[in-house]
Design a protein around this ligand. Sequence first.
Ligand code: RUQ
Ligand code: CUA
Length: 695
Amino acid sequence: MRHRVPIFTLSFAMTLGVGASFVFDVPAAAAQDTTKKKRRKEAEIAAVEITPAVAADLQKVATERGLRVEDLTAALKTYLPSGKLDDYIIFSSGGHSGQVFMIGVPSMRLLRSIAVFTPEPWQGYGYGAGQEVLEQGNFGESEVLWGDTHHPALSETGGEYDGQFLFIGDKANARLAVIDLRDMETKQIVKNPLTVSDHGASFVTPDTDYIVEGGQYSTPLGFAYSTVEDYEANYRGMVTLWKFDRKTGRIDPSKSFALELPPYFQDLADAGKKVSDGLIFLNSFCVESVTPGFDIGAVNFEAGCSQRDTDYLHIIDWKKAAQVFAAGGCEMVNGFPVMKMKKAAEEGVLCLAPEPKSPHGVDVTPNGEFIVVAGKLDPHVTVYSNTKIRDAIAKKKFSSSDAYGIPVLDFDAVMEVQVELGLGPLHTQYDNQGYAYTSLFLDSAVARWTLGGEYASKHPEEPWKLVTKTPVQYNIGHLVAAEGDTVSPDGGYLVAMNKWSLDRFFPTGPLLPQNFQLVDIAKSGTTMPVLYDMPIGVGEPHYAQMIKADKLHPWTVYPAVGWNPQTQSPDPNAVKLGEEKVVRDGHNVTVYMTAVRSHFAPDRFELNEGDSVTMHITSQEQSLDATHGFCIGGYNINLSLEPGESATLHFKADKSGVYPFYCTEFCSALHLEMLGYMVVKPSEPAVKVTEASKP
Ligand code: RUQ
Ligand code: CUA
């Protein structure tokens, strides 16, 4: 049992001085932005006075609940009174839920799960509407109804999040999705035409010219066939550069291309920024090119993949690559332009640098000068210098070339320093105090360490040194700091994305949630407490990004009644009040319907079995949160009609009978009355069971 000390009398009240007025301390770094200042002002107006009576009350609660002073501080730093809004928004991968989670910081409240690769009924995604987007992600003729979302990437301008778009990769099916942050809905899915699955997606170049999709498991490109025995000859890695068109808000596949890479397992990527703008850094593992097949005589894969001491960091000059592509330097593979690796090497687009074996994350520092590579099997992070890389490339300081003729830079010529952090370093983020933060999977800790170079003057400690480790629960994968991978991180908050939660929550059966832990990184030095645990009981998230809330400007209702979220413009088929109708043309029936509190019009329509039906349904609402739903039981149809939205759906009336439709959002006191009948007349009169026809 936990010991219960009367903490207020012992410490809290003493240090504060009972009766003194004080303003709750908030992480200092975040205080710079204006929203924060405004809120601080409000807090000042309502300064809290801890009177002896209040202290006694708090003391009682703390004692009864067995809370320590640290717990109270953590609660004060994360609690949001009703109606107050968060300072930051996290966009997190949803892992195999195939979705994206929107989470507020510091409250760690789940705000929304954004439907991306998996049908989602609340948003009506894939149940009559949203189908077009999901279908873009089909694998040939086959439907793919889930995704393994890994790495979200917010659109950037000059290396800063601009709050306009979000991209996310699906590792299982090598797909990329585009989400418009005005309505937080998925607008596009592109399927990679070269590879079945990937991993290094998505990462954007500093102005979102390209979205980077690195591969992972080498296969014959373009879904071709080759026996595994011909691995070295026929299997290849790849990186695809998807061109983003900001005006249309879509990826333009016709201006996109890929680079063929050696059959190493390419892993995570990051785009250079500022001084390293123009380069892409892409890790790899298993350059041994061993193949699975242990039970049929191949070497044990995990061991085989770690025989050599080094793997290769791929350094890709994407600006040069774009020029070579424009000049016709690609060949078509499965209808998609691919720059062969030989060509890429000749043109100075691609070279390699050795990196300690089995690396995972690669993360460029905010100033673009350092590239931090974390190796799962090495207790160090290896820091490369952009200046040294550029110099070594210019002076051709190559130590060798790999088995495929790609030049390999001399390790000592490009490496800046190696910093020992602990066991299982994976991913790195940055703050505004010259610190880097690296997740340590095996140590279950977040390591804070000091950067050198121009960062050396920002912190009091020696550069390139471990400062402290905060234990997290447990086995952290990625971590995300406030704007922590941009050119100007905010500091203040960090979230550890832990793979195991073990004993942290009430057991939810043998399948336990993940644990996101909010870490306070506002103070320098060795103070870095965990403030909050948030269970994630839907899939296993990987990466996340944390953006300042005031950079997002989502619509609260669609800009006009009759809005088409797909085109983000008024829909020509939108239905106006009073113009509702049912139009029959042979077997094709079109229903023009409106929805407004609390009825659908028409609220009855008649069909013949076999009719092909199109429905245009337009919500006439323009009030905040006045969402209607529209479902037809038995027909797998369920829409969400947000204020002003116009939706179109098609179905075949292939089952006769009487089908009630109704609104699935509790929209008003008369919500239950928001219903209607779809009556489908059988094509053949039903056979009457008479006495005579009975056996
Ligand atoms: S990866 S932690 Cu895509 Cu590191 Cu999962
Ligand atoms: Cu509309 Cu309930």
